[in-house]
Design a protein around this ligand. Structure first.
Ligand SMILES: NC(=O)c1ccc[n+]([C@@H]2O[C@H](COP(=O)([O-])OP(=O)(O)OC[C@H]3O[C@@H](n4cnc5c(N)ncnc54)[C@H](O)[C@@H]3O)[C@@H](O)[C@H]2O)c1
Ligand SMILES: O=CCC[C@H](NC(=O)CCC(=O)O)C(=O)O
Length: 489
């Protein structure tokens, strides 16, 4: 049984319920441990509180040095990180190597972002100077999803620590091993006790942490459903910062482009990478109801049918690994069934490949006949096709979602792209490029049910610190003239 919690620089057993993680492609046990009890959540927050003043008092340069030592650990252990993520999520090893690289890449980007977006400024004013500085919030909770169990919590933790906050991390209960390894690397890098604490557990642990009076903020990446619960919970607490990165029901519009093969490739990278388990994945594909559209769909159908699915470490490597769990696989089969009952037709059927695993084949489904398409994020490899007759209708349908994370268009005509850009409602808008694979050097976030206007990645610096404006003079001095009606003898 693993000592699953890291509180005040010590590893300890959880006193809550036992839980475990498995490799979803093989069913092999990966990790076993116990959840944190409410008392341990309390201790973790207290440890973060106790460590806060000393950590925040360090200079930015000193905190950068500490974070750079963690980057060295990330680089030295990249294969171990990638293997751990692959074993616990079922994502292909070639892909988890890119996740490990993104974690290391986050450090320099976050230092640059903190300097540019939350650095210090001074300007002269009569007899004084106007100054702008930033301060950390205090103790912040970080909640992570299972689909990028290293990269996305890391994307909150690194900027939070650089800003001078201390952190309590609650990772996804489906990926405790990745979180444990990440925290072990922070420990190895020499991070002072209490600056980063880890509480493992299921929803109950999340609830205990999120509702705790001792946190000053919460940085969340996960589903829109959970994000909405947190948002309601934070209502009436304007003093606490809440950053929500949530899901999407992302549209991709295809125009009659010259390079059909490239369009097929970018569509596959948009919808099926990570077995469709990326928040940015294309969910709805708008295809012209023309002969060109028929040809495009034939090629797409053929390419989707040939996507290799398999174990994370299989050779030759598959494009798609397993979904996170058998329950997720069953959920995708059920989603396909719901769409069919509403009138959809499968072009490529999504099927469960092996009982007891999360392995599914990719699905492509024509939902044009459905008058009221459910506005759901089906978090897996099931792309919904909608045939369109005119571009304005396609844009209106693309916008017919409560979400607003990513959107894209493939078109050879720049004016068409500009029209799309002006009308579409999303935080990520791409032209002739896959919807997935956003850059950490840009802001990352969505509107509507996808976020609460606290974009992450390059803009994470913004929610990790608050601005303090001041007017400063070395000494008090009487002004040359006093205001009317004043007399100071
Ligand atoms: N916008 C983004 O940056 C982004 C990135 C990755 C994933 N996502 C989204 O995340 C989802 C997949 O991740 P997931 O299934 O792990 O998300 P999830 O919402 O189920 O879980 C996220 C975290 O919240 C915790 N949690 C669950 N219910 C809670 C509650 N009531 N109170 C407090 N904590 C609670 C979980 O234990 C976990 O740690 C997808 O919807 C995907 O689109 C968004
Ligand atoms: O699943 C959601 C994340 C998808 C991923 N986005 C990023 O990596 C954003 C960049 C960052 O947070 O540094 C993608 O677009 O593929």
């Amino acid at each position: 049984m693993t000592s699953s919690l890291f509180i005040n620089g010590q590893w300890e057993q959880g006193a809550g319920a036992a839980f475990s993680s498995i490799n979803p492609a093989t069913g092999e046990a990966v990790w076993q441990g116990h959840a944190a009890s409410p008392a341990q959540v309390d201790q973790a927050i207290q440890a973060a509180r106790d460590a806060f003043t000393a950590w925040a008092d360090l200079s930015f340069a000193e905190r950068c040095e500490q974070v750079q030592r963690y980057a060295d650990e990330l680089k030295a252990n990249k294969e171990l990180i990638a293997k751990t993520i692959a074993a616990e999520t079922g994502k292909p090893y070639w892909e988890t190597l890119t996740e490990a690289a993104a974690m290391a890449g986050k450090i320099d980007i976050s230092i640059k972002a903190a300097t540019e977006r939350t650095g210090e400024r001074e300007s002269d004013m009569p007899g004084a100077k106007a100054v702008l500085r930033h301060k950390p919030h205090g103790v912040v909770a970080v909640f992570g999803p299972y689909n990028f169990p290293g990269h996305l919590p890391n994307g909150h933790i690194v900027p939070a620590l650089l800003a001078g906050n201390t952190v309590v991390l609650k990772p996804s209960e489906l990926t405790p091993h990745v979180a444990q390894l990440m925290v072990q690397l922070w420990e190895k890098s020499g991070l002072p006790a209490g600056v980063l604490n880890l509480v493992q557990g299921e929803k109950e642990t999340g609830i205990a942490l999120a509702q705790h009076a001792g946190i000053d903020g919460l940085f969340f990446t996960g589903s829109s459903r959970t994000g909405h619960i947190l948002h309601e919970q934070f209502a009436g607490h304007p003093g606490k910062i809440l950053a929500l990165e949530m899901g999407g029901n992302n549209p991709l519009i295809i125009d009659e482009v010259a390079d059909v093969k490239a369009a097929v490739h970018e569509t596959i990278q948009s919808a099926y990478i990570t077995s469709g388990q990326r928040c940015t994945c294309a969910r709805r594909l708008f295809v012209p109801a023309t002969e060109w559209g028929d040809r495009f769909l034939e090629q797409l159908t053929s390419a989707v049918s040939q996507i290799e699915v398999g174990d994370a470490f299989a050779e030759p490597a598959p494009f798609m690994g397993s979904l996170i769990s058998e329950a997720a696989a069953d959920g995708m089969v059920a989603a396909q069934e719901t769409l069919r009952e509403l009138g959809a037709q499968s072009l490529v059927e999504l099927t469960k490949l092996k009982a007891g695993t999360g392995l599914v084949s990719p699905g492509l489904i024509d939902v044009t006949a459905i008058a009221e398409l459910p506005d759901e994020e089906y978090f897996g490899p099931l792309l919904q096709v909608i045939r369109y007759r005119d571009f304005d209708t396609a844009i209106a349908q693309a916008n017919a979602t409560s979400y607003g994370l990513s959107a894209g268009i493939f078109s050879d005509d720049e004016a068409t792209y500009q029209r799309f850009y002006r009308r579409i409602r999303a935080g990520i808008v791409n032209w002739n490029k896959q919807l997935t694979g956003a850059s950490s050097a840009a802001p990352f976030g969505g509107i509507g049910a996808s976020g609460n206007h606290r974009a992450s990645a390059y803009y994470a610096a913004d929610y990790c610190a608050y601005p303090v404006a001041g007017i400063e003079a070395d000494a008090l001095a009487l002004p040359a003239t006093l205001s009317p009606g004043l007399k100071i003898d």
